[in-house]
Design a protein around this ligand. Structure first.
Ligand SMILES: [Zn+2]
Length: 314
């Protein structure tokens, strides 16, 4: 049995935007540790080290953008980009805490206290660019964790696996020319517009061949989905030979999700997790840190997180 950690923070109940918005505090409420640690015995609660947040965010994001976010929240603005990335007065603090929670799990895993762990965070991160928030994302948690593992723990190469229904477009853009962080995104074709996350987007310059996109047509059956995921994961891991595997862990590829059009069921998230763990055991002593991205039906979210945690522990 692995030593698995779980990070969550009461601040994730904040960042209250609109009650009708899909990225809602109920997502954090259903993942409260009181419930999750009982449902998944053996899981260890990871204390969130808030001091990791701001320096972590600065390793990835433009300082001008970071100030803009803080300022927008202070001034009571309601959205970051004029579009779907809504904010409230506490959103800067909640986004920092979201990064800090994921970083706390990375710290425990890279420091050898845990084998793997999951950070149940919101807001999500994988669409955020160096200098812009978008798609409900303010700071790019996966990118922040990769840079932290490299600078604080000397990780040479990091593999980011993103199985959210949406492409990891923000994460990919951050590491597009960087051969030290490989990004695999398996997602619904065209969900963010034609060409976003297309198969021929493979990185550039020194990072050529270190970005892997697997766009799946809406309605793809689960068996094909898992097969394509497994094949791409093997290729990416063999090329990357990671010192740490990060998972941008969205659950909106579930058949019951109100946003996505893919067809995974609860148990398939167990299988995805097992595949990632096998690869991590082969290359990096089983070190896996996953963090919540999408997943917008609260009951389904809770059930699938439980599947993911059971597979991390197993
Ligand atoms: Zn998503």
């Amino acid at each position: 049995m692995a030593r698995s950690g779980y990070a969550w923070d009461t601040t994730f109940l904040g960042h209250r935007t609109l009650t009708v918005h899909p990225e809602h505090p109920v997502r954090a409420e259903v993942l409260a540790p009181e419930r999750m640690l009982v449902d998944v015995p053996g899981l260890v609660r990871v204390a969130v080290d808030a001091a990791l947040g701001l320096p972590g965010v600065h390793r990835v994001h433009d300082p001008v953008y970071i100030d803009e976010v803080a300022d927008a929240c202070r001034r009571g603005r309601r959205s970051l980009d004029g579009g779907d990335t809504l904010i409230a007065s506490d959103s800067f603090d909640v986004a920092l805490r979201s990064a800090a929670a994921a970083l706390s799990v990375v710290s425990a895993v890279m420091g050898g206290k845990l084998d793997n762990g999951f950070a149940a965070v919101r807001p999500p991160g994988h669409h955020a660019l160096v200098n812009r928030g978008r798609g409900f994302c303010i700071f790019n948690n996966a990118a922040i964790c990769a840079r932290f593992a490299q600078t604080a723990f000397g990780a040479g190469r990091v593999l980011i696996v993103d199985w959210d229904v949406h492409p990891a477009d923000g994460t990919m853009s951050i590491f597009y020319d960087d051969p030290s962080v490989h990004v695999l995104s398996v997602h619904q074709d065209g969900i963010l517009g034609k060409g976003v996350g297309a198969e021929d987007q493979r990185g550039c310059a020194a990072g050529e061949g270190t970005t892997y996109n697997v766009p799946l047509p809406a309605g793809t059956d689960a068996v094909s989905h898992l097969t394509r995921f497994g094949e791409a994961l093997e290729v990416a891991a063999a090329r990357c030979r990671p010192d740490l595997v990060l998972v941008s862990c969205g659950f909106d590829a579930h058949v019951g999700d109100p946003i996505g059009g893919l067809r995974l069921d609860d148990d398939h998230f167990r299988i995805l997790t097992q595949m990632v763990r096998r690869v991590a055991l082969r290359y990096c002593g089983g070190r896996v840190v996953s963090m919540l991205e999408g997943g917008y039906q609260p009951d389904i979210l809770r059930r699938c997180v439980r599947m993911h945690l059971e597979a991390l522990l197993d």
